[in-house]
Design a protein around this ligand. Structure first.
Ligand SMILES: *Cc1c(COP(=O)(O)O)cnc(C)c1O
Length: 232
């Protein structure tokens, strides 16, 4: 088995253990493998180990990888990076999901640019649950209005919410932050939005996110290894 295959196995075990301890069914949690900065061979190794859903942060890198891996059936590509309005078209054309909707204008462009031959683009609204300084995402009190507007767009399918909380000092604090996201998710569903996806939790905090009710964890370094530092 490749290192990536072994890492994936270990991450799946972490997810299973977290679900067991939280009395949740392991099938409720999807693993998204975040392949940003890693080449197509790394994705192929993960694919060979059974992984199908992959996350990318940078539009051009993601589009290139989707093209390089077009021979792999049943892959699902998720855009999880901040999205500027001049970059929406390649995302609408090549990705299956976008997790980072934080304003209506981006959603409208994605809907208008989604090719007619493809199924509607799955989207999540990014919520800033901890007022993280210069981080994207809507404020919690704005989530419902944006969700209603996005849900009305014809070529999008609103699936849920996404969060990237600041690193917390301990497990309890991490759970409390993730629980804020879950509370907003539940509130939107009580308002009738029919969401099925709470995208929360990364390599360092996936257990806390699952404990609080995440349904999709986005895991990069625990699968593919440490990323080279990219100049900011
Ligand atoms: C890079 C990234 C991840 C994965 O982070 P790891 O700590 O490597 O697991 C998850 N979500 C987003 C939005 C990211 O940018």
């Amino acid at each position: 088995m490749t290192t990536i295959g072994q890492n994936l196995k270990h991450v799946r075990e972490r997810i299973a253990t977290a679900c067991l301890e939280a009395h949740r069914n392991v099938e409720e949690v999807t693993l998204l493998a975040v392949s940003k900065t890693f080449g197509p061979e790394a994705v192929r190794a993960a694919y060979a180990a059974g992984q199908r859903a992959f996350g990318e942060n940078y539009v051009q890198e993601g589009v290139d990888k989707v093209a390089a891996l077009a021979d792999l059936p049943d892959t699902e590509w998720h855009c999880i990076g901040p999205l500027q309005s001049n970059k929406t078209r390649p995302v609408a054309e090549h990705f299956d999901w976008v997790h980072t909707i934080d304003r209506l204008k981006i959603a409208e462009r994605l809907s208008a640019q989604r090719p007619a031959g493809l199924t509607p683009l799955n989207v999540c609204i990014q919520v800033n649950v901890d007022d993280g300084a210069n981080k994207s995402g809507v404020a919690p009190q704005e989530a419902l209005a944006l969700a209603r507007a996005v849900a009305g767009l014809p070529r999008l399918r609103l699936r849920g919410l996404m969060t990237i909380p600041e690193p917390a000092p301990d497990f309890e604090a991490a759970c409390a932050l993730h629980a804020r996201a879950r509370a907003i998710f539940d509130q939107l569903n009580a308002a009738g939005l029919g969401l099925d996806t709470l995208s929360a939790g990364m390599s360092a905090d996936l257990e806390a996110a699952i404990t609080a009710g995440s349904t999709m964890v986005r895991v990069g370094s625990a699968i593919f290894g440490q990323r080279e530092r990219v100049a900011a």
